[in-house]
Write a new protein. Structure first.
Length: 108
């Protein structure tokens, strides 16, 4: 009511926000800021959990179920992409540490 939008339209808009959050997370990953993206993944999870509360027939929710399903799919893909990016960052850090250690320990 505060924003002057029907509840069902507001919920549908939240479903659309998941796609925007995914894009933002992917941009953060590309910028080398995968750790910062974890917050936005949590927001996606909250949206998904909220949308799951409204599991009613389409006649009532006007396609909200489809938006909820799409949000779930994006959430799972994004979680996988972010997990891969975070793990790759760990491997890079370990590799760089090993390189530094090798250079320090190697005779000159």
């Amino acid at each position: 009511e505060e924003v002057g939008v029907e509840s069902i339209n507001y919920l549908a808009g939240l479903g659309d926000v998941s796609g925007e959050l995914r894009r933002h997370i992917l941009d953060l990953i590309r910028a080398g800021r995968a750790e910062d993206a974890e917050y936005f993944l949590e927001v996606m999870e909250e949206i998904h959990h909220l949308l799951m509360l409204f599991d009613y027939p389409d006649a009532i929710t006007r396609g909200l179920r489809r938006k909820s399903d799409l949000a779930r799919s994006m959430l799972e893909r994004t979680r996988g992409d972010l997990t891969n990016a975070l793990e790759l960052a760990k491997v890079k850090r370990l590799f760089l540490q090993a390189e530094v250690t090798r250079k320090i320990d190697s005779p000159k």
